[in-house]
Each structure stands twice: as structure tokens, then as C-alpha cells.
Write a protein that binds this ligand. Structure first.
Ligand code: MTE
Ligand code: MO
Length: 510
């Protein structure tokens, strides 16, 4: 029996899906960037994924989780495409119907996204329609069953098949690339952001103390450059928000509803503060933590204007893309630097970090506090509302745990025997760190030297000299916070309220 027609049927389906998705991406790129078929399906997968899946994705891929998801979707699409081709050969038009169904899945994903517009359905509709058309034509011409008489007459050879399918594949790849490029470059806010001048701070942050930076090779700087700042969010497409369109509504259990426009916000006396932001998904020793100089306006002042009512204990912040976070009202109204931030390290917030406005709250993990592209604050009660990650099993409260990590030497590296240095970071935002200890192999715990802390809201560098002796060594560290509590050895995974345990590295000294 000849298996070539079946292989060509599967290949036809793959080609048809590439062709259809490419055209869909092009239509999205030209007309409705937020409705890219791959991105809306990815967004639906992200929102629908259980907590363990998010955790696994971040553990495996870190901040490359989005790239991994898109690659995963594309691989699945190729298999689905092969199935569509085989179905079309098995019984036409079943394959075409499956292609249309795939388009409908995309349409549903597109129209149910936060911020969907009137034409959101179009790119996925084009994708499904074009894939159906292509699979019908290719299978009929090149992979029909012998008992299909009409098709048998037009039946063609392998070279024609390669020409047709090659052309359709090229069109699919070119349109997908073109659509994606258009989508990325059409980010209107990006150009506006670069042209934007933020007002000077009315309250400047104290200069970073000279002793805060240990300047040890391999130890990241104490203030994280924007380009190196970790990024974690559910947004496959970075929301494109123009300052002229931005406003924030404060409502719910308040005496006065407050609406704030961009011009009103930047006319307020803005304050600088240095705060270390951290993701609850950070593993012990992980890098989902960064420290920046923020410019913003205190949330406690805005909330005071709104006048929270008795009984309120939570603020539900909502992003323009539908993400929500539930922060304790107290953390936003006490004396800490909980701010509505517009600036990060001397420039407007980068688009991926929440342009034009986000929240930054010292002492709380990002998932319960650091809403990017924030547009709405509802004063409410934990008993009455839940948020994006708390709906997915993560803890309602997210105070940051004591943490410390070793950056130097890097685990697995070789170290030259003799005078060496061990160094890293320790943090518990809004509590502060009083000590870091280091243990080499089974030796005694030794005091490391702390750098000068910028404040209790930031991480602090530490270091310890080490006369390294030849052999394999294991090095651990643990921090003590300002209240005298020692970081627990008890290991916990990130879910549901943050990892714990001591960071440990292994090195070989030669
Ligand atoms: N709109 C929006 N804001 C968000 C998130 C998100 O998914 N969407 N993720 C939160 C989480 S889990 C973290 S850890 C921080 C990360 O902020 P960064 O990407 O600027 O480092 O943003 C928070 N704000
Ligand atoms: Mo996070």
C-alpha cells in the first residue's frame, strides 16, 4: 500500500494551518494587534492554567516562560494541522470543518479577552477560514483517496505538491513574521513613552549610600538596571496604554469616588523611593527579584481622599488587561512607601513593567500588590472579592519571607585555591535584615559582613572572605531579620505563599 498520499494529507494540514495562522497574524498586526490569534489562545491558556502549571513553567523557563508557551502552542498547532489534513483525506469536508472549529476556538479566545473590541474576532476568523480553504484544496489535489474519482483525475505528482505546499508555507511564515513585526512596532505608547518627560520629584530619595554597593565581580549591582529587571506577568502582548487614555478610578467602600487622569497624577508632588520587588514564584536562590528607584505618588494619600469606609480591609487593583491583585488596605494606608509608580530608575516605566502606571508596595509579593498597567482600585473586603492568583490557589496574603542567596561564587563553578570571596543578597522588604551567616561544608556558621542597607524596603548585599582549600565544597547561607528571626531551614515550594529554605551552592576548588 502506498503511504505517500497519507503523508501528503498530513503535510497538507500542517501547511494549511501555517498558512491560515500567518494570514490571521497579518490581519491582527494591521488592524487589531491585541487580537493576534496565537497570543489570544496563549492568553486563554495562561488564564486557564492551574497554579501548578504556572509554577512548573516559571521553574522550567523562568522569565522565558512566554516564549516557551508560544513555541508550545506552535508545536501543538502543527500536530493539530496534521490531524486536520488526515481528517480531510479520510472524509471531506471533515478536515475543513475541524479547521473552522480551530478558528472558532481562536474567536472565542479573542472576544473573551479583557479589552476586546468590535473586530477582535476577525484575525482568528481569517486564520480558520484560510486554513480550511487551503487544506481543502491541497488534499483534494494531492492527497485524495483513490476512490475519490473527481480528485483522482486532478491527482498530481510530488513535485507539484512541493511547489504548492512550499508556496503556502512561505506565505504563512512571511505573513506571520510581517504581522508580528507590525504588531510590535505599532505599540503607540512606546514612542510616546520615549518622548515623555516626567516631572522632577518633589521628595527625592536619599542618595544610595556609598557602602551599599560592594562592587564584587559577579555580584549584580544593588540597583537593578531596567533592562535586567525580571519580568513576570500574564500578558503575552504587552498592553499598549497611551497616557492620554489612562485614568484610575478609586471606588467601592469609599465616601468619595476618585478619578485620576495622567495629567492630574503627574501634577501631584511625586516622591522617589527605592523598593525591592519580588515574585512569589522565586525559588530559593532564584532571580525573580529586583531593586529599583521608583517615582510615584503615595497610595495612602489617594486612598485618604477617597475615604475608605469601616469594614473595608482590601484593595482590589485591576490592570487594563484584566489582571487583578488583592492588597491588604492596611499595607496601602500605613506609613510605608506604597505608591502609584510612574518612573523606574529615572525614566518612565518600561512598557513591560507597567507603563504608564503601576503599583509598588514594599513587603508584599508582586502577585498581591504590584499591578502593572493599573486602571482601577476597588476598596472592598477579603470576604467579598478574590484576585487573579488567589483564585488559582495562591495565598490570600502575600507578605515577603526572609530570604538570602549566594551569587558569588556561582554554583558549579571552579574556584582558585587561596583567597576567595563569598557574596550575595539578603532581603525581607519592610522588615530589614540584621545579619547573614555562611556555613562551609559542616563547619561553624560564620558572620558575613553586611553592606550598608539602602533601607528596610530593599535587599542588602553581603560578603565573606574565604580561604578556599582544594576539594569539593558546599556553601550555605541564612539571614536574620531586624526582629531577630532567623531564616528557616524548612524547605517550601513557591506555592501557595512563597518558597523558603537555605540557598546552597557547590563548588570545586583547584
Ligand atoms: N497587570 C499585571 N500586573 C502584574 C502581574 C500581571 O500578571 N499582570 N504580575 C504581578 C507579579 S506576579 C509580579 S511578581 C510583578 C512583577 O513585576 P515586574 O514584571 O515589573 O518585575 O508584577 C505583578 N503585576
Ligand atoms: Mo509574581
Amino acid at each position: 500500500m502506498n503511504s505517500r498520499p497519507r503523508a501528503q494529507a498530513a503535510a497538507s494540514g500542517v501547511v494549511a494551518v501555517v498558512f491560515g495562522v500567518g494570514l490571521g497574524e497579518l490581519v491582527a498586526g494591521i488592524l487589531i494587534p491585541a487580537s493576534s490569534p496565537v497570543a489570544v489562545v496563549g492568553g486563554a491558556l495562561i488564564d486557564g492554567a492551574p497554579a501548578w502549571a504556572k509554577d512548573t513553567a516559571i521553574t522550567l523557563f523562568g522569565t522565558a516562560d512566554k516564549v516557551a508557551l508560544v513555541i508550545g502552542i506552535l508545536i501543538v498547532l502543527l500536530f493539530v494541522g496534521a490531524g486536520i489534513g488526515l481528517l480531510e483525506r479520510w472524509r471531506s469536508p471533515v478536515g475543513r470543518i475541524a479547521a473552522v472549529a480551530l478558528g472558532i476556538v481562536g474567536i472565542i479566545a479573542a472576544i473573551t479577552r479583557a479589552g476586546a473590541s468590535g473586530l477582535s474576532w476577525l484575525p482568528a476568523a481569517v486564520a480558520g477560514g484560510a486554513a480550511a480553504l487551503a487544506v481543502g484544496i491541497l488534499v483534494r489535489r494531492f492527497a485524495a483517496r483513490a476512490d475519490d474519482e473527481v480528485a483522482a483525475k486532478t491527482g498530481s505528482n510530488r513535485r507539484d505538491f512541493l511547489v504548492w505546499s512550499g508556496a503556502a508555507t512561505l506565505i504563512g511564515i512571511a505573513t506571520a513574521a510581517g504581522g508580528t513585526a507590525l504588531r510590535v512596532s505599532s505599540q503607540a505608547a512606546d514612542a510616546a513613552r520615549r518622548a515623555l518627560k516626567l516631572p522632577a520629584a518633589a521628595v527625592k530619595a536619599a542618595p544610595i549610600p556609598a557602602g551599599a554597593e560592594l562592587s564584587i565581580g559577579g555580584l549584580p549591582p544593588v540597583v537593578t538596571p531596567n533592562a535586567d529587571f525580571y519580568r513576570i506577568d500574564t500578558a503575552l502582548i504587552v498592553p499598549d496604554v497611551a497616557v492620554a487614555d489612562w485614568s484610575l478610578r478609586i471606588h467601592g467602600l469609599v465616601d468619595n469616588e476618585v478619578t485620576l487622569t495622567w495629567d492630574e497624577l503627574v501634577a501631584l508632588p511625586l516622591e522617589e523611593s527605592v523598593t525591592t520587588l519580588m515574585c512569589v514564584s522565586n525559588e530559593v536562590g532564584g532571580s525573580l527579584v529586583g531593586n529599583a528607584l521608583w517615582l510615584g505618588y503615595p497610595l495612602r494619600e489617594l486612598l485618604a481622599k477617597a475615604g475608605p469606609q469601616a469594614g473595608a480591609d482590601m484593595v482590589l487593583s485591576t490592570s487594563i488587561d484584566g489582571f487583578t491583585a488583592s492588597s491588604p488596605l492596611e499595607a496601602l494606608t500605613d506609613d510605608r512607601n506604597a505608591i502609584l509608580a510612574v518612573g523606574m530608575n529615572g525614566e518612565p516605566l518600561p512598557a513591560e513593567h507597567g507603563f504608564p502606571v503601576r503599583m509598588v508596595v514594599p513587603g508584599l509579593y508582586g502577585y498581591v500588590s504590584a499591578t502593572k498597567w493599573v486602571v482601577d482600585l476597588e476598596v472592598t473586603r477579603f470576604a467579598d472579592a478574590t484576585a487573579y492568583w488567589t483564585d488559582r490557589g495562591w495565598s490570600e496574603r502575600g507578605p515577603i519571607k526572609i530570604a538570602s542567596r549566594i551569587n558569588v561564587p556561582q554554583s558549579g563553578n571552579n574556584v582558585a585555591a587561596g583567597d576567595a570571596v563569598i557574596a550575595g543578597f539578603a532581603w525581607q522588604q519592610h522588615t530589614g535584615i540584621s545579619a547573614v551567616e555562611v556555613q562551609i561544608d559542616d563547619g561553624p556558621w560564620q558572620q558575613a559582613t553586611l553592606a550598608t542597607a539602602i533601607s528596610d524596603d530593599t535587599w542588602v548585599q553581603w560578603s565573606m572572605p574565604w580561604s578556599a582549600k582544594a576539594g569539593d565544597h558546599s556553601i550555605r547561607c541564612r539571614a536574620t531579620n531586624a526582629n531577630g528571626e532567623v531564616q528557616t531551614e524548612q524547605e517550601a515550594p513557591p506555592a501557595p505563599d512563597g518558597s523558603s529554605g537555605w540557598d546552597r551552592i557547590s563548588v570545586t576548588v583547584r
